[in-house]
Design a protein around this ligand. Structure first.
Ligand code: ADP
Length: 445
């Protein structure tokens, strides 16, 4: 029913469509991040902590042993290959495991260990001998719920009695059924039905309530209200935990509504800079010349891996075709691909199976590839009004020159207009973008 009502809304209100599209993108982006992530994001920033009771001591742990976990849970953690807590886990875990239980609102970018943290908190609070739901976790979409479910299964694999239920659309149970599973993970609409109308879950018995991806959640029609209604059915003693990758005002207002008396943890994301990147531009007169310039660059310097950005799908597939004819192994990433397909392309590129990734804007956020030594803007990033998109420029270029290496960025210019955009980007970042003679590329190195 969630789906049909969404569709009806879209039809009745055409102006909302673009907004809806963007919302779907948020969930898709988040799923893509999860699918391609296989380790922690590096961070050198310190966590910021705001304690509900500023006088209580603040614990932080450097090892999982210090948490005094049940042996089978510690075993599960080590079986996942975790050696020590991530930056956010160092503070969040002792806080979440403390007695009596405390509520928590935590924000840090994707890949910093939030999911692993709350899964561990849920597992440490269940009594596997009791066969009724004790932990409830809300996710914005079915696919994201499945991803979290996988982590629960992995980390809980030494609990033979542990069972997990998915409260998602399409999962129909007989009337009068009582869930035996200790952990329920699902989307707000279905969870609400299961807690109220259908009474599959007794909300009064829930000990831990997790709201994951709060920023994606509130971007989805109806999820905010449903989450609040679920939260109201829980007891005062239920531990409430909320996680979000970003923290704009709307997320913060929602967080305060569903998590009373919280501790708050924030981890700033690593700043992207252009400091370690040499930026160039090449003057051309059309896309064929841009392609020739690209070939010249390839002919003159050694490139481990390159990412090439185009403005449209059409240019991207044309360029990929031309590069293949030249004998390059090329991967293409574009907007019409399913999230799973995109993840597969990114994985292959990261494994080095292809050396060139040609992509449009939409799908390239959040890809870190250590070997990417050069980023090429075949088209400069512009917003929908044709103005320079500085943020996207930084995101694109910031991919190279990571992990202390120096990176190279080359911008292809084919008109006065794109030249003027380049100048504006240069002024914005106050870092020189140097002209490159396409016949004499050696100056790059
Ligand atoms: P988030 O929920 O913030 O996106 P995750 O919990 O999914 O982050 O963690 C990101 C990645 O890092 C996952 O592949 C996860 O298995 C791994 N990971 C999480 N915690 C640790 C840890 N303490 N040590 C090593 N890897 C970890």
């Amino acid at each position: 029913t969630e789906k049909t009502s969404n569709a009806a809304e879209k039809m009745s209100n055409a102006t909302e469509k673009t907004e809806e599209d963007e919302k779907e993108d948020k969930a898709a982006q988040s799923l893509l991040n999860k699918l391609i992530r296989n380790n922690l994001v590096n961070t050198t920033n310190q966590v910021e902590v705001l304690q509900r009771d500023p006088n209580s001591p603040l614990y932080s742990v450097k090892s999982f042993e210090e948490l005094r976990l049940k042996p089978q849970l510690l075993q599960g953690v080590y079986a996942m290959g975790f050696n020590r807590p991530s930056k956010i886990q160092e503070t969040a875990l002792p806080m979440m495991l403390a007695e009596p239980s405390q509520n928590l609102i935590a924000q840090s970018q994707s890949g910093t260990g939030k999911t692993a943290a709350f899964v561990l908190a849920m597992l440490s609070r269940i009594n596997a001998a009791n066969t009724y739901p004790q932990c409830l976790c809300l996710s914005p979409t079915y696919e994201l719920a499945l991803q979290t479910g996988k982590v629960i299964e992995q980390m809980g694999k030494f609990y033979p009695e542990l069972k997990l239920a998915y409260a998602v659309r399409g999962n129909r149970l007989e009337r009068g059924h009582k869930l035996q599973e200790q952990i329920v993970i699902g989307t707000p609409g279905t969870v609400l039905d299961w807690c109220s109308k259908l009474r599959f879950i007794d909300p009064k018995k829930i000990k831990v309530f997790v709201l994951d991806e709060a920023d994606v959640m509130i971007a989805t029609q109806g999820h905010q209200d449903q989450s609040i209604r679920i939260q109201r059915m829980l007891t005062k003693d239920c531990q409430m935990l909320l996680f979000s990758a970003t923290f704009e005002d709307s997320v913060w207002r929602f967080a305060q509504k569903v998590v009373p008396e919280p501790n708050i943890i924030k981890l700033k994301r690593e700043e992207e800079t252009l400091d370690t990147i040499k930026q160039f531009y090449v003057l051309c007169s059309n896309r064929e010349e841009k392609f020739l310039a690209l070939c010249n660059i390839y002919g003159s310097i050694t490139i481990a891996q390159a990412m090439i950005f185009c403005h449209t799908r059409k240019t991207a597939s044309w360029l990929a075709g031309e590069l293949s004819k030249e004998g390059h192994q090329v991967a293409v990433l574009s907007g019409e691909m399913m999230v799973e397909q995109r993840a597969a392309v990114i994985d292959r590129f990261r494994d080095g199976k292809e050396k060139v990734l040609v992509t449009t804007n939409v799908c390239a956020r959040g890809i870190d590839v250590e070997q990417v030594s050069i980023v090429i803007n075949f088209d400069l990033p512009v917003d929908k009004d044709g103005n320079p998109d500085n943020e996207t420029y930084l995101h694109r270029i910031g991919r190279t020159g990571r992990f202390g290496k120096r990176g190279i960025a080359v911008n292809m210019i084919d008109s006065n207009h794109s030249m003027s955009i380049l100048k504006q980007i240069e002024q914005h970042f106050k870092k020189p973008i140097v002209k490159l003679d396409p016949d004499d590329i050696d100056e790059i190195e």
